[in-house]
Design a protein around this ligand. Structure first.
Ligand code: 3SL
Length: 241
């Protein structure tokens, strides 16, 4: 298995697709998606465009849908939910489809949607993603950070490193065996440095600081945990996990 890490969706090659592509948006889109599915959500359907989300979800029975919209970290007016995983309780989401559009995370998923296997990963479901990769053994894996409006984000790269680090450890392989590009080495180094203080890293991250200004400390705490949800968000049809 060769792992390639891309810090932002824009950095992924456009002329090839890997066997397996993984979108990461620790703060907070992929953490929210994993949480919804773990809490019994029927599915998560992603949109980059808010109007399109409204049009498609309109056709869904009201009691079977939830609409989540986030821009700049804040909830979009008229939507039931923003993008806080902590709002996605089983009472609210069980049996319902989440229609979601966020600033960066949904864009990352759309960028990789043509790959034969598409996953959404966060720190909270890292082990489920790793177990799937170890079982499936895809030849090429892209881990794509959502970043923030085209730029690097620490939290997505540390999650990419957490996935690659765990694969190396569990297979006893050397970096050379999984090293698809330089970025995977730096992601593992970042994770190795911060693995015992991931919340501290999220406090350093620029988007972590943005969320703290929006009084989302509890979200940071939740999203900084590793391996707490045994759930694998995997694309079933285009745009639907
Ligand atoms: O950019 C995104 O997709 C969001 O996850 C950002 S936020 O954490 O909801 O602000």
């Amino acid at each position: 298995m060769k792992i390639f890490v891309y810090h932002t969706p824009e950095l992924t090659p456009t002329d090839i697709v890997p066997e397996c592509a993984i979108a990461v948006d620790v703060l907070r889109a992929t953490s929210t998606m994993a949480t919804v599915l773990a809490a019994g959500g029927e599915a998560v359907q992603v949109f980059s465009d808010l109007d399109q989300l409204m049009a498609v979800s309109e056709k869904w029975p009201t009691e079977k849908r939830l609409r989540a919209g986030e821009r700049g970290g804040a909830k979009v007016a008229g939507f039931e939910l923003g993008n806080s995983p902590l709002d996605c309780t089983a009472e609210l989401v069980a049996g319902r489809r989440l229609f979601i559009s966020t600033t960066n995370g949904t864009r990352a998923l759309q960028r990789i949607e043509k790959a034969p296997i598409v996953l959404a990963a966060a720190l909270i479901n890292r082990a489920a993603v790793v177990n799937f990769l170890l079982e499936k053994q895809p030849e090429t894996v892209w881990i794509v950070g959502s970043g923030w409006e085209g730029s690097f984000s620490l939290e997505d790269t540390v999650c990419a490193g957490a996935i690659a680090h765990s694969i190396c450890q569990q297979t006893n392989c050397s970096l050379k065996d999984i090293n698809g590009n330089d970025e995977v080495i730096s992601a593992i180094a970042l994770y190795s440095q911060w693995q015992n203080d991931l919340l501290g890293l999220l406090h350093q991250a620029s988007h972590g600081q943005r969320l703290l200004r929006l009084e989302c400390l509890e979200d940071l705490k939740y999203c900084s945990q590793t391996d707490i949800l045994d759930v694998l968000p995997i694309q079933q049809e285009l745009g639907v996990l």
